[in-house]
Ligand binder design. Structure first.
Ligand SMILES: Cc1cc2nc3c(=O)[nH]c(=O)nc-3n(C[C@H](O)[C@H](O)[C@H](O)COP(=O)(O)OP(=O)(O)OC[C@H]3O[C@@H](n4cnc5c(N)ncnc54)[C@H](O)[C@@H]3O)c2cc1C
Length: 409
């Protein structure tokens, strides 16, 4: 989809301007257009663009894609991943079946954009950067008046879907402030003649609840295999240990049995890229009278150490779109009833579960105990598999009752 210059749109009016055309912004645009709103999507990058992102779509993302009618198309261009190997800090290996999808991030973004029901005059996609004043606390200040001042465009409602790239062009940064609610991840691509069909995750004591990963990407035309290798950790963990993630990744690949096997049979095809992940939950409760909403990575609704970034980002875009309604007087506002309120509760609950998981996986010894129990108990193994696939609560396998049952079954 072609991006027009913002200059060509100067003085135009829209129902909603969405800042950021990642999975959250495009999903939000898709649902808003379906419900008859006129939407302008603005991104500072020219699409299609590459982005450091693990390329792996989990069950939440797949469900959101299915709702948009895109799952079959993605399955035909992506690589199905049938399972995962997890290694605990003390080396216990667990193999679990499941279904994930590996898709190049640029292909996912392109497909999401192409699925937007773009009617002339009702949808615009522009290249431009919103420059706005720093907000109070960690929230960006990008309301409708900021949009008009910065972009020269009028709108009734603004959606901030700018991911975790917090610099808005203003002197100070907007968006989430550094601190506990942030994580950082680095990754690069590696090509090898060795075939690893499943996801590979190794819990490294120094990074926990973060981990080191090797994710299969796709088979290259020359018959070799491309892998996404990387690691991530909360910022507080790195600061506490004085660690540099780039160095941890290098050491991890060279010392890990699978990492060194891939290196021995191949080599890197890209340089190191990094990205920040926001884990501070900031999705506004529906019903608040405001003309701006924040979605996706920027709202901290993503779950970095429990597999999902893209899925919850899309989910929050859909929730905000579903919660928007016309107020008396013609303004747009977030309704506090129906699907919006239900969706918000669901996202808040998931985030709470994520916080519990983060605490659990911050303790290497607990992770080791869990790993040993999984190896010994078919019951626990099936609960973990169902949790990873989204068929049970993400925390089902760390409930005391489940762990107790695992001693007998
Ligand atoms: C190394 C790494 C690996 C990851 N691996 C995975 C993975 O395997 N699976 C997974 O599900 N998730 C993964 N994630 C997380 C995933 O990348 C994010 O959850 C996801 O991109 C969030 O989508 P979003 O739409 O909220 O934001 P983004 O995808 O970041 O989109 C935001 C958009 O806003 C634009 N923008 C920013 N500021 C402005 C501005 N001022 N004006 C205009 N436009 C602006 C940006 O150019 C960008 O296109 C990974 C993240 C990192 C860093």
């Amino acid at each position: 989809m072609k991006q027009v210059s913002l200059k060509d749109l100067a003085g135009t009016s829209w129902d909603v301007v969405i800042v950021g055309a990642g999975p959250a912004g495009t999903t939000c645009a898709n649902y808003l257009l379906r419900s008859g709103h006129a939407v302008l999507l603005v991104d500072t990058e020219r699409f299609p663009r590459e982005k450091p992102c693990g390329d792996v779509l989990g069950p939440i993302a797949c469900r959101e894609l299915e709702r948009l009618g895109l799952l079959n198309q993605l399955q035909s261009i992506g690589t199905a991943i049938p399972g995962i190997t997890c290694i605990s800090p003390r080396g216990t290996e667990i193999n679990l079946a499941g279904s994930w999808l590996s898709v190049k991030r640029s292909s996912l973004d392109e497909l999401l954009l192409s699925s937007v029901p773009a009617k002339p005059g009702r949808f615009g996609f522009a290249l431009g950067r919103l420059v706005c004043k720093p907000g109070e606390g960690s929230l960006p200040l990008c309301d409708t008046s900021e949009i008009e001042r910065s972009l020269g465009i009028k709108c009734l409602f603004a959606v901030w879907a700018a991911g975790c790239r917090t610099s808005s062009g203003a002197k100070k940064t907007t968006g989430p402030t550094p601190g506990r609610g942030k994580a950082v991840a680095v990754q690069r691509y590696l090509e090898s003649t060795y075939r690893l069909p499943q996801l590979y995750v190794k819990y490294n004591r120094a990074l926990m609840p973060g981990y080191f990963w090797i994710f299969p990407s796709h088979r290259t035309p020359s018959g070799t295999f491309l892998y996404n290798v990387g690691c991530g950790a909360p910022l507080w963990r790195l600061q506490k240990k004085g660690l540099r993630l780039s160095r941890v990744l290098k050491e991890q690949i060279e010392t890990d049995a699978m990492g060194s096997r891939l290196l021995d049979t191949g080599g890197y095809t890209s340089s190191l890229r990094s990205g920040i992940i926001n884990t501070d939950f900031q999705l506004q409760p529906p019903g608040q009278s405001s003309n701006v909403a924040i979605v996706g990575e920027a709202s901290g609704t993503t779950l970095p150490f429990t597999w999902e970034g893209i899925g919850p980002a899309m989910q929050s875009g859909r929730i905000v779109a579903g919660a928007l309604s016309v107020a008396p007087g013609g303004d747009l506002t977030i309704s506090g009833r129906g699907n919006g309120a239900k969706g918000f509760r669901e996202m808040r609950k998931r985030h709470q579960q994520f916080t519990w998981l983060e605490r659990f996986f911050s303790r290497p010894w607990l992770t080791d105990v869990l790993a040993r129990r999984i190896v010994e108990s078919d019951h626990l193994k099936s609960v973990v598999t169902a949790s990873l696939q989204g068929d049970r609560s993400p925390t089902a396998f760390i409930r005391p009752g489940t762990l107790l049952k695992s001693l007998f079954r």
